[in-house]
Design a binder for this molecule. Structure first.
Ligand code: 6PG
Length: 245
């Protein structure tokens, strides 16, 4: 079922396979729209694991992977082989399983000085992605959603990152104080396609608050994801969408 709420397209899937297929179709459609490289910012966390695995298993030979340049929407400031690394997760579930040229992988170096890497990665984005309105224009930004309404690594204390000119920023996880490097809000909203992947009952409340503009929604970073000229898709499973009317 797909419907639009607040300039968003919402698709509700019965299970992760159906949701993964939805995402695969969005990716394929996006690829078919472009003759040149397709620039994707991958999400971290655990939700995308099943989607990445589905792509690697089912779309291994159905997608021209060499046409895609892979970036990250955020990274934990840990080494790339650390169990919390978003690079490590994407590499384990997708990148190592399909034919992607090494030169198409642009990782955030979580093991480097965060402030220096944020500047370095910003320059890498500017050098490797076409710009629009003086900001890198991703073809697709994949996002997850935290129960506190964070997305990428823009936590509730960092709402100002939707109004800054910088391309990447350093943030700190509110509980673990782990340093993160993240795309800023204006870069996310500069993308041609933004896709939220949200599953699980634990996310149902925050999904309801954001999509139905309920009390407190304006304190949640994910509420500010609204592409200026692009398309916003929410891919939800039944449990994450269970409070939506
Ligand atoms: C990260 C992600 C973060 C994640 C949400 C949801 O680095 O963790 O960028 O925004 O998408 O926290 O995480 P789960 O998918 O694990 O629920």
């Amino acid at each position: 079922m797909t419907e639009s709420i607040v300039n968003s397209k919402i698709s509700i899937s019965d299970n992760i396979e159906e949701l993964s297929e939805q995402f695969a179709q969005l990716l394929m459609n996006g690829l078919n729209e472009k003759n040149d490289y397709f620039h994707v910012a991958l999400s971290g966390g655990s939700t995308p694991k099943a989607v990445y695995n589905y792509l690697a298993e089912i779309y291994r030979s159905r997608i021209n992977w060499g046409k895609i340049k892979f970036f990250w929407g955020d990274e934990r400031c840990v080494p790339p082989d650390h169990f919390e690394s978003n690079f490590r997760m994407a590499n384990e579930f997708l990148i190592s399983k399909v034919e992607i040229p090494d030169e198409n992988i642009f990782m955030i170096h979580g093991d480097k000085d965060p402030e220096e890497e944020a500047v370095n990665y910003s320059n890498i984005l500017l050098a490797n992605i076409p710009s629009h309105a003086s900001l890198p224009e991703f073809d697709l930004v994949l996002l997850g959603l935290g129960e506190d309404g964070h997305t990428a690594s823009i936590f509730p204390d960092y709402l100002d990152l939707f109004n800054v000119d910088s391309i990447c920023a350093v943030t700190e996880h509110p509980i673990t104080l782990q340093k993160r490097i993240t795309l800023t809000g204006r870069v996310i909203n500069n993308a041609r396609h933004v896709v939220f992947l949200v599953t699980g009952k634990s996310k149902s409340n925050v999904v309801d608050i954001i999509l139905n503009h309920k009390n407190g929604f304006n304190k949640l970073p994910a509420s500010y994801v609204n592409p200026d000229n692009g398309e916003l898709n929410w891919l939800l499973d039944k449990t994450a969408s269970s409070l939506l009317k």
